[in-house]
Design a protein around this ligand. Structure first.
Ligand code: AFP
Length: 314
């Protein structure tokens, strides 16, 4: 499918674009229902008046943390979609059977990543993976689609269903309209996002970062995985890393809920995502909350990371 012209793409909404891309009808419907959920979660963010968890409302009831209320909204939408058999979320410690048992899809969610940034009015996001296999078995190969929603100055939704990576913006009429089609990263970029504390990095990671700095890369790090990744995708290059640490070889970010979906999206844009050595989408999770180091972005920077990290011999 050739790209839609800049003149008309603002009139192409998400449903039409997915139909034109030839995406399977139930998957199109599910992606659409998840995108709509982004509007409800955004309303919750505004309603919370940027208060974080732990407050009581005027009736003395505990106010749900935004990430928990976002999780409830998502789970409810998935339960009533008609296409989802299992739902797993970063906010829960087990997988929920929400279908009758014959539905096609299995959804993983980080309902509101970066929720601790709400009080500072920084951008945050929702990350989802749609699998065709029961969630205890998920590896990257069972992903059929992935998406993230960014709650920033605009609400945008980026998704891939294996036919390119595309961005949509929520317009004033409440429609998601095409804003970036078949996004493709350059061979290398000029920005980097660095998770973790410098004093906790392993020597080979520090050497890699010092190399990037010697090459003049500019630091772009908000503390929100979704907006930080989104910047690398929309600027078409660069690297986000949250590495293995001296006292925690698995780093911080979660393989199933955060890294697999974003790796699927980034690879759909010609980028790469590894744990420093192995492709994220090739790693078989051993547990639901498994964490992994992450190097994700354009090819040059990810291959360069593997070069530096292979010196460690670990
Ligand atoms: P919160 O969801 O607790 O705000 O954590 C956000 C996050 O999981 C991810 O979005 C960021 O990339 C990463 O943590 C930032 O971690 P540091 O605060 O250690 O830099």
């Amino acid at each position: 499918m050739e790209n839609i012209s800049d003149v008309t793409k603002g009139f192409v909404d998400l449903r039409r674009h997915m139909w034109m891309a030839g995406i399977e009808v139930n998957l199109r419907r599910l992606i659409w229902q998840i995108a709509v959920t982004g509007k409800y979660i955004s309303a919750k963010i505004h309603e919370s008046n940027r208060k974080l968890a732990g407050f009581e409302n005027i009736y003395g009831e505990e106010q749900l943390a935004l990430d928990r209320s976002s999780d409830i909204i998502l789970e409810s939408q998935m339960r009533h979609s008609g296409f989802v058999r299992e739902y797993a979320s970063e906010e829960r410690d087990s997988i929920i059977q929400i279908g009758k048992g014959d539905e096609q899809y299995f959804v993983t969610a980080d309902p509101l990543d970066g929720s601790s940034l709400v009080d500072a009015n920084l951008a945050i996001g929702t990350i989802l993976g749609i699998h065709n296999t029961s969630i205890p078995e998920v590896g990257g190969k069972s992903l059929v689609a992935a998406m993230y929603i960014t709650y920033g100055p605009l609400i945008t939704m980026v998704y891939s269903a294996g036919k390119g990576t595309h961005e949509f913006v929520l317009n004033r009429e409440g429609e998601y309209v095409l804003s970036g089609e078949n996004i493709v990263l350059k061979e290398r970029g000029s920005i980097y996002s660095l998770g973790g504390l410098r004093r906790d990095w392993l020597p080979e990671h520090l050497e890699y970062i010092e190399y990037l700095e010697s090459e003049g890369y500019k630091l772009r790090y908000s503390g929100g995985f979704v907006p930080d990744i989104n910047q690398i995708l929309i600027k078409k290059g660069g690297v986000f890393t949250y590495p293995a640490l001296k006292d925690n070889k698995r780093g911080k970010l979660r393989l199933i809920f955060e890294l697999q979906p974003v790796a699927f999206i980034m690879e759909g844009a010609g980028g790469m995502a590894t744990d420093g050595k192995e492709d994220i989408l090739s790693i078989k999770p051993e547990s639901l909350d498994q964490r992994s180091p992450i190097y994700i972005g354009s090819r040059f920077e990810i291959e360069k990371a593997s070069e530096f990290l292979s010196k460690s011999g670990t």
